[in-house]
Design a protein around this ligand. Structure first.
Ligand SMILES: Cc1ncc(COP(=O)(O)O)c(C=O)c1O
Length: 386
């Protein structure tokens, strides 16, 4: 099988990640912070090491400000529900995933917040020029994806802070697609929170993720979930120190042990080199894709300004049919549909059709891409002619 659905979840992962999950379960995945027995202490070390590696990756100088959750979806909900208060206004964009759009829409329907969405251009890049038109006195936060899961477009996250002209507005970044693919740096992006998922570019198992938060924004937030933390156990109140404030209940220690190995793997391979390799593969793919007339690419046609995540549409063919042929005739895994980005499809003119998404991973090779190109050529020429 040739796997091109890494934007959904990465596969395959380095062996050390499978080993870490397995060994943690076999050797005793204790419950961190619950007692001082040796397995509980071992679990605590895994948590500590994972936070430390994540803080190095995201350039956050306080590992305790890294909160571990089960996914970026849980992280984004925890941030939005913990931060927003009645009357607040939020700015987001049409390019967002439903993990941002649905919490915002629910909060709006519950009468708690209002929100406005930035538009995008033809390449799926959001138009920051519209920011000042959308801001109002109640604007509390702006929340944007760092990279579009539909078009792979890298959004101008680093330019948001200067656009806000020293206003007291929190910036929250959904790094689900960027983490592990390009540099995601809390300091240089000058943002207040970054939410990430563990099972995509960071190569961890499913059921891992979290967020990094600035002290400033943390002070303005309340915990959404409450429960056992292993700390302050005689108190009925949720502890207000990080990370316990946002981490109730037993951690996914085997998953976090796998994530730790994934993050170490990314560090060893170096994010700039990963990005360079992806640019090379993207250029190769885009160059050959140009020759296939009946296939249209959504988003940027250049290898720069994007990650290797490509949405395609087909003349006279449904995307799900194309995905079916890819898998059943060529053993190539892709993804067809709307990719949980309904407004992005509307904005880019594919609201009726959806797209077929091809997303490269850390182990995609030129040979894999060659086989994909053969299959796409078959779909666009031979199959169309049948
Ligand atoms: C941009 C973006 N945000 C959020 C998510 C949700 O990720 P998860 O299902 O891991 O919570 C995804 C996953 O597809 C995504 O691409």
């Amino acid at each position: 099988m040739i796997y091109f659905d890494n934007a959904s979840t990465s596969y395959r992962k380095p062996q050390r990640i499978y080993d870490a999950v397995y060994n943690t379960m076999i050797n005793g995945a204790g419950n961190s912070g619950r007692g001082a027995n040796s397995v509980s202490m071992a679990a605590g070390r895994i948590l500590h090491d994972c936070r430390t590696e994540l803080s190095l990756l995201f350039h956050c100088d306080k590992p305790e400000n890294i909160v571990l959750k089960s996914s970026v979806t849980e992280a984004l909900n925890t941030i939005l529900l913990g931060l927003l208060k009645p009357g607040d206004h939020v700015i987001s964009s049409v390019m967002e995933h439903n993990s941002v759009l649905r919490p915002l829409e629910k909060l709006r329907k519950d009468g708690i917040i209002t929100y406005d969405l930035l538009p995008c251009d033809d390449s799926g890049e959001i138009l920051l020029d519209s920011l000042s038109d959308l801001e109002n006195l109640n604007t509390k936060a702006i929340i944007l994806s760092h990279v579009s899961n539909l078009t792979g477009t890298i959004q101008p996250a680093a330019r948001i802070r200067e656009r806000l002209r020293n206003k007291d507005i929190y910036i929250i970044i959904d790094a689900a697609q960027s983490a592990g693919y390009i540099k995601v740096d809390m300091e240089s992006l000058k943002v207040d929170a970054i939410a990430f998922t563990g099972h995509k570019g960071l190569l961890g198992p499913q059921g891992t993720g979290g967020f990094i938060i600035s002290d400033r924004m943390n002070q303005d937030m309340r915990p959404v979930f409450t429960g056992g933390t292993g700390s302050d156990s005689l108190s009925l109140d949720q502890p207000l120190f990080l990370p316990d404030k946002f981490e109730s209940g037993t951690h996914n220690i085997p998953g976090i042990a796998g994530l730790l190995e994934g993050v170490k793997f990314i560090k060893e391979r170096e994010i700039n080199r990963i990005n360079e390799e992806h640019m090379f593969l993207s250029e190769y793919f885009l160059h050959h894709l140009d020759a296939l007339d009946s296939i249209a690419l959504m988003g940027k046609r250049t290898p720069s300004g994007r990650i290797p995540n490509f949405s395609l549409t087909f003349k006279n063919m449904d995307c799900s049919e194309a995905a079916f042929i890819l898998e059943n005739r060529f053993n190539i895994i892709s993804r067809s549909g709307y990719h949980c980005a309904p407004l992005a499809h509307k904005a880019l003119g594919t609201g009726e059709t959806g797209s077929l998404r091809i997303s490269f991973g850390h182990f995609t090779t030129v040979q894999d891409i060659d086989q994909l190109l053969v299959a796409l050529k078959y779909i666009s020429e031979v199959y169309h002619g049948e």
